[in-house]
Design a protein around this ligand. Sequence first.
Ligand code: PLP
Length: 450
Amino acid sequence: SFGDTEAQREVRENDRQYVFHSWSAQGAINPLPIAKGEGVRFWDYDGTEYLDFSSQLVNLNLGHQHPGLVKAIQDQAGRLATIQPAMANDVRGELAKRIVEHSFEGARSVFFTNGGADAVEYAVRMARHHTGRQKVLARYRSYHGSTSTAITLTGEPRRWANGTLDAGVVHFHGPYPYRSVFYSETPEQETERALAHLRATIELEGPATIAAIILESVTGTNGILIPTPGYLAGVRALCDEFGILLIADEVMAGFGRTGHWFAFQAFDVHPDLVTFAKGVNSGYVPLGGVVISEAVHQTFDQKPFPGGLTYSGHPLGAAAGVATFDIFEDEGILERVRDLGERVVGPRLREIAEKHPSVGEVRGTGLFWAIELVKDPDTREPLIPFNAAGEAAAPFNAVVAACKQAGLWPFAAGNRLQVAPPLIISEEDLVKGLDIIDEALNVADGYVGE
Ligand code: PLP
C-alpha cells in the first residue's frame, strides 16, 4: 500500500540485486517501484500518480485492470490455463478467426508467437520459404524487435551494438518530409522520390534475391512517420512487379492505435504478411503473431512449416485477445480514437506548435502523435543531436523531467515527445496531459537559439 516504505524498499532491493533490465547499464539505473495501476494511471509506493501518455510501451491500449480483460483471463484460467499448440483450442481458434476477418483481403490464417520480435522472425522465415529468396529490405528509422533477424532489420541505433546477425538484410530510406533525404518540397515529391529510391535499391540488390520488404505501416518509436500520399500503394506495386512479399509490421500501430484495426487499412493496401503483438490483448499476457495470406498459407499446405513455439496461441493470451475484440466493439474504441485524434489532439498540438518555438513539427493520427523538438526552427537543428546521451541529451531530459514532475509519464524518443495514451482515455484526461506537455515545452523553448 502507499507509504509502505518497507515494501517499497524490498521491491527496489530485489530489483537492483536480481533483475537484469533491458537496454540498460545495470549499475546506472534506478527503476521506479510501482504499487498500482488503474485505467490510464499508475502510482508509485509514495502515492505519486502518473497519467500514462505512453501506454507503458505503447501496448496498454485498454488501460490497466480493464474488467473485461481481467475477467476473460480469470475465466480461462479456471477452464483451461494452458494447452500445447499441436492441439486445437477454442479461444485460440476464435481469436485467429477474428484477426483474419479484421485484417486484409486475402488473409487466411494466423501463426501465434509470444511477442513482436518473434512475429517478425517468423514472418521473414515464411517469406523466405515461400519465395525461395534470402534478402529482406527494411527501412532506416524503424524498430522491428531485438532478436537476431528483427534487430538486424531495425534501422536505428539499437542495431548498432548488435551488429549484423542476419546477412540478408538491406536498408533503404522511407518518406520523412520534415527531414527529407530526397530534398523534396512537397509530400507528393517525397512519395515519388522515395519510390524511385526503393526501385533503384531493388534493382541494384537483384529482384530475384529479395524475399520481402518489411515496414511499419506507420512508424512508431522512430517518429510517428505517416506514409506520404500514395507511398504504401507504390511499395505494394513494386512488390507485385518483382514478386516480393510485403510485410506490414503492425506491432505498435495495430489494434486501434491509429483508429483502425490495422494502420495499413487507412491506405487501402493489402500486405502479404502482418505482424502484430502489444495491443492484441494490451500486454496482459504475452502474445503476438503473423497474419498469413492465402498464397503463403498454401506454400505450407503439404510441406511442413519448419518452426514453432511451446506457447504458440497460449489460451490465457488468446482469451484476452478475444475479449479485446468484444471490448473494442462494445466501447466503440476505433471511432473514439479517430474522434479524439481529429477533434482534440491534432488541433491542440498544432496550437502548441504555433506557440512554442522549440516545436519543429507535430504529426500523427488517432492516438499516435509526435512532437519533434528543435533548437532552431529555421534550420530544423534537433533540440539534441541524433542518438545523444549524457550531457548532450540534457535539454531533452529536462523537458521529460518537467512532464514527470507535473504527473505525466511521456513517451520520449530521440528529440521527440510522443503522445500515445491508452485508447480508453477520457477527453478530460487527454486535455489534462496535453496541458502538462504545453507547460513543459517552456523548458524546451529556453534552449532555442542558445
Ligand atoms: N515491431 C515494432 C513496430 C515494435 O514497435 C516493437 C516493439 O516495440 C517490436 C516489433 C518488437 O516487439 P516485442 O518487444 O514484443 O518483441
